[in-house]
Design a binder for this molecule. Structure first.
Ligand code: ZN
Length: 419
């Protein structure tokens, strides 16, 4: 752990707590110290980040420590994850939705393979810093070894195309959850945010086949991003609990990406878990800001036209220029900051509604996730501090930070019937 001067008093109290001496627990420093200890002792799991997309950037090195807030540093790297006390993370193999044609599906599979190859290279390059995790037991072992446990999730089932063999193929390559859809409808099911086709058809016949096979393999089904009808179709069909790898509560923020109270109650009945996403717009609906919307739409169009999308920017100077343009728009049309306390309001709501056993955290770091006071992985403990302030105890904090999620993952595996 990197020690900064502001942490010293906190660490002093932590030392006292560890020594078993009585410490008044009502002071702010004591609460923070206690939260830090809990954070260190818990097996912490983040169930969604887009860091693999940084892996594909030339010159960016996941084994190197990058400073928080520095341009291009991203939200995490392996040394920063260690500093932030994050033990395990699901790296997303994300492929944006494209044409639903054989060619489109073939291209998507190729993109997914390229990301999986980059992940394989990471495990090989940094065996002292991280390890491939396929099961909860792997996460526990790697935590003991002081290494980051890196799982793989697939965000968008698009690369599976319509080929049942590819479900097994991606599972063999290490994928342990599949987010059935992304921001547009696909062949598996409808998305919560497809504006071109507002009709919600739910899960398709092919999607039903995908759900059944994922159950048989013991691979988790992720209902983040899917439409409300897809969500209920999946829950009616699945034999195993499901996860929402990065979503919030719609009762507090009216985004179609969030789960309504009815959906949360259904999730509890299913035995699944919602992993709170710390992305501004999901936590608090931003006020209308048409200038910002137009400026960003123009920037994305330019990036699409010139580079074929963000992932197509190959050279660092171009990427720095586009990031500077992004920052300039952000500065010109600011949105009100969203804080950790706003995120923990969602956790409070979910816990009140469905209990402590069905909630966790999926940051969406490097995919838009991050808050004013939780900008990157080194600041994750601010969530634990806020939980401690609100009276959550260590056992509850450990459940939120990974216990609940790993329980669900184990159940999904135990229910598998491999052919
Ligand atoms: Zn997402």
């Amino acid at each position: 752990m990197k020690i900064t001067s502001s942490f010293v008093p906190v660490l002093a109290v932590a030392a006292l707590l560890a020594s078993g001496l009585a410490v008044p627990v009502h002071s702010q420093a004591a609460t923070e110290a206690q939260a830090q200890l809990w954070h260190e002792r818990a097996l912490t799991v983040d169930t969604h980040c887009d860091t693999p997309f940084k892996l594909l950037e030339k010159g960016w090195d996941i084994g190197r420590y990058h400073k928080t807030g520095e341009r291009g540093s991203g939200c995490q790297d392996l040394p920063r994850m260690k500093e932030g006390g994050l033990d395990a993370s699901f790296f997303a193999v994300f492929v944006g939705q494209g044409p639903r044609t054989p060619e489109g599906h073939a291209r998507a599979k190729k993109k997914a393979d390229a990301i999986l190859d980059a992940m394989d290279a990471m495990y090989e390059e940094y065996p002292g810093l991280c390890g491939r995790a396929l099961t909860p037991a792997d996460a526990r072992r790697l935590e003991q070894e002081g290494k980051r446990a890196i799982f793989i999730g697939m965000e968008n089932g698009y690369p599976i195309g319509r080929d049942p063999a590819l479900i097994d193929y991606f599972y063999r390559r290490g994928v342990r959850y599949v987010t059935l859809a992304h921001t547009s409808d696909n062949d598996i099911c409808d998305s919560s945010t497809d504006r071109r086709d507002p009709e919600d058809r739910g899960l398709s016949a092919w999607g039903r086949q995908v759900v059944r096979r994922l159950n048989e393999l013991g691979c988790m089904i992720d209902v983040s991003h899917v439409s409300d009808r897809s969500f209920s179709d999946v829950l009616a069909l699945t034999r195993a609990p499901v996860i929402a790898s990065h979503s919030c509560a719609r009762a507090l923020s009216d985004s179609p990406r969030n789960l309504t109270d009815d959906m949360l109650l259904a999730l509890k009945k299913n035995g699944g878990v919602i992993q709170l996403c710390i992305l501004n717009d999901y936590i608090k609906q931003p006020p209308a800001n048409p200038g910002r919307d137009q400026a960003f739409a123009a920037l994305w169009k330019k990036i699409d036209d010139v580079y074929g999308g963000w992932g197509g920017i190959k050279n660092k100077a171009d990427r720095d220029r586009m990031e500077a343009e992004y920052d300039a728009i952000d500065a010109r049309y600011p949105v009100p900051p969203v804080h950790v306390k706003d995120a923990v309001d969602h956790i409070d709501h979910i816990v009140k509604l469905i209990g402590i056993d069905h909630v966790g955290i999926g940051t969406d770091f490097d995919g838009g996730g991050g808050l004013a006071d939780c900008r990157d992985v080194t600041e994750l403990k601010n969530i634990t501090i806020e939980l401690a302030r609100r009276g959550y105890n260590e056992e509850q904090v450990a459940k939120i930070w990974g216990g609940n999620f790993l329980r669900v993952m184990q159940q999904v595996m135990d229910l598998a019937q491999k052919k």
